[in-house]
Design a protein. Structure first.
Ligand code: GDP
Length: 471
């Protein structure tokens, strides 16, 4: 990189560094003093570039009024476990008038778009749950325009319902309450409306402004009504974006695909992402090799509010990472390399500090450690799970995620777990045969989950168990 900037041969720099007593390789990072010395040695002027010169800033300038076109609302479904989030997502997906005629096979890419009879579209993020929602928001990605709060009419307000309300309020996103399971005998929608008042959610029937609708995801009742309310809310929000500019978007989900390499689902926020576009996404770069929509079809481009799978990345970015199209591959690589460097630096500088606090915590309070290894199917799930687990710790016992990652459980995960007496948490993933064999020998426990809430609950119970009956 330095050689490039000086228009010198990399090998010459390495040679000079060798002479200076620094045996380095071509791609190794050198410190600033050495770099300055080297630059002077080669007879060049030193120009310090600041972070803002290298890194790509998020373009906060708004597009001109006359470039804006209406865009589809982006909707997230939240609510307590088993209240019907997944069922409702499936039912809403069924309202798509395009899916059938296109003959596409529905793909799980983290989001999908439905087209209504009147041609209007709605984008749904299909990773339900407030963990994912809040994680994204913490990373600066406010992709959701509207939240649908699902409350089962037979069960009423539950802890996660209340959490979802709080998360939605904190984000300042408008909410539509879907009172689900109204087909059941025990259903009591009125009770739900009343209980919502206790949490400052006033639905229209109670004289407030929050829209509510009775649905049955199972019987597919009330869906038209719900869709209408989403459209109404979207109109109020006047959602618009400029489709004619280099694309910007956000990573909804990312994974390493066996056959296709790194794949990320991008929700375009403005502009249009096209095949061949060069981009930076988080600390990765790339050139769009192919775009695949939620129906598994290859498309040439994706505009505002459209979720699309992007192929052609240098590596796996993180959920919530911004994507920006840039003018050249060299520029894209430069930004990605710079960001990788920042990430690496963060890792090495924060580690000793956290170790220190851990030791002092151990000294002060004799906190017991509860080690865990976490593997999940997507980067988004990994992040959400680790964040949730970190919140469980008390003064007496603290959960410590030794290792987390995307993909099936491997031998190396088991070896690590065995060495620390940690169980392995598999979220929508399973161990391979070899891993299972080693685990059996070393008595490593596997725990499988597909709901984050159940996972944290069981870990909490497990931790309490470690403390014994007194605690
Ligand atoms: P999630 O955990 O919130 O995603 O909930 P699910 O969608 O998995 O639903 C939990 C259970 O409730 C499943 O057994 C569903 O079949 C059932 N369920 C969902 N919606 C309805 C509904 O409208 N009526 C009835 N009777 N059952 C429903």
């Amino acid at each position: 990189e330095l050689a490039n900037r000086m228009a010198e041969k990399g090998a010459d720099l390495v040679k000079t560094l060798f002479k200076m007593g620094m045996p380095v390789t071509m791609t190794q990072t050198i410190d600033q003093d050495t770099a300055e010395l080297l630059v002077t040695e080669f007879g060049h002027n030193i120009v310090r570039v600041s972070a803002s010169d290298i890194d790509l800033q998020i373009d906060t300038t708004e597009d001109a009024e006359d470039t804006l076109a209406p865009r589809a609302p982006v909707v997230t479904i939240m609510g307590h476990v088993d209240h019907g989030k997944t069922s409702l997502l499936d039912a809403l997906r069924g309202t798509d008038v395009v899916a059938g005629e296109a003959g596409g096979i529905t793909q799980h890419i983290g989001a999908y778009q439905v087209t209504q009879k009147d041609k209007s579209q709605i984008t749904f993020l299909d990773t339900p749950g407030h963990e994912a929602f809040t994680e994204m928001r913490q990373r600066g990605a406010n992709v959701t325009d509207i939240v649908i709060l699902v409350v089962a009419a037979d069960d009423g307000l539950m802890p996660q319902t209340i959490e979802a309300i709080n998360h939605t309020k904190a984000a300042g996103v408008p909410m539509i309450v879907a009172i689900n399971k109204v087909d059941k005998h025990e259903a009591n929608p009125q009770r739900v409306r009343e209980r919502l008042l206790e949490h400052d959610v006033q639905v229209e029937a109670m004289g407030g402004e929050t829209q509510d609708v009775e649905v049955s995801a199972l019987k597919k009742q009330g869906l038209d009504d719900l869709v209408e309310k989403i459209q109404l809310q979207a109109e109020l929000l006047e959602l618009r974006a400029n489709p004619d500019r280099p694309a910007e978007g956000t990573v909804i989900e990312a994974k390493l695909d066996k056959g296709r390499g790194p794949v990320a689902t991008i929700l375009v926020s403005r502009g249009t992402l096209k095949v061949g576009d060069v981009f930076v996404v988080g600390a990765e770069s790339g050139k769009v090799r192919a775009l695949i929509d939620d129906k598994g079809r290859q498309v040439k481009q994706a505009g505002p509010s459209a979720p699309v799978e992007v192929l052609g990345l240098s590596g796996v970015p993180m959920a919530g990472d911004p994507l920006q199209v840039v003018e050249s591959e060299a520029r894209a690589r430069e930004v990605a390399e710079y960001r990788q460097g920042v990430l690496n630096q963060k890792r090495t500088t924060t580690a000793p500090a956290s170790l220190e606090t851990m030791f002092s915590a151990l000294k002060d309070k004799q906190a017991i450690e509860y080690p865990l290894v976490v593997k999940a199917d997507t980067q988004g799930s990994v992040e959400a799970i680790v964040a949730s687990i970190n919140k469980i710790s008390t003064d007496e016992i603290r959960a410590r995620v030794l290792h987390s990652g995307v993909g099936g459980i491997t031998e190396s995960d088991v070896t690590l777990a065995a060495a620390s007496g940690a169980p392995i948490i598999g979220f929508n993933v399973r161990p391979n045969a070899k891993a299972r064999e080693i685990a059996e020998r070393n008595k490593v426990a596997f725990k499988y989950y597909d709901v984050i809430y159940t996972l944290t609950d069981e870990i909490r119970a497990g931790m309490a168990g470690e403390l014994g009956p007194e605690a």
